[in-house]
Design a protein around this ligand. Structure first.
Ligand code: ATP
Length: 136
């Protein structure tokens, strides 16, 4: 089994899609190992998105991610990392994400694309350590 760090970003919470997104995760056969609603401080958002520091969209991304409550979760199951990324769809909800995916069905903007999921086991370990240090 494998663990991945999932965020339902502030747009997902504000638009009332927490239940819809959790339902898709559960229907896929993945399970919740930890979950919490919280507003991320800038320090946590900056650590999470450290790889994007210096990119043009980085300041706006930090502002968006800290703008209101988000749901942070550790999602578990066989091939959980790839399975959740399949559910999420590609980063750009219109140009790339397929219909049937969370982003393809429910989002239009690349920044406000509803969810985050770790992209590798290394990222998952790092990100779970940031959001749920008690699980490290
Ligand atoms: P995530 O890490 O959130 O799952 P991802 O792996 O699909 O997304 P990354 O390239 O790591 O995409 O970008 C991280 C996040 O930064 C994206 O999900 C999106 O919210 C934002 N982002 C990425 N590229 C852009 C862009 N060109 N303009 C605005 N925001 C962007």
């Amino acid at each position: 089994t494998e663990r991945t760090l999932v965020l339902i970003k502030p747009d997902g919470v504000a638009r009332g899609y927490v239940g819809e997104i959790l339902s898709r995760i559960e229907r896929k056969g993945l399970t919740l190992a930890a979950m919490e609603l919280r507003t991320a401080p800038t320090s946590v958002a900056a650590e999470h998105y450290a790889e994007h520091e210096g990119k043009p969209f980085y300041p706006g991304l930090l502002e968006f991610i800290t703008s209101g409550p988000l749901v942070a979760a550790v999602v578990e199951g066989p091939r959980a990392i790839a399975a959740f990324r399949q559910l999420a769809g590609s980063t750009d909800p219109v140009a790339a994400a397929a219909p049937g995916s969370i982003r393809g069905d429910l989002a239009t903007e690349t920044q406000r694309n509803l969810v985050h999921g770790s992209d590798s086991t290394e990222s998952a370990d790092r990100e779970i350590g940031i959001w749920f240090p008690e699980l490290g």
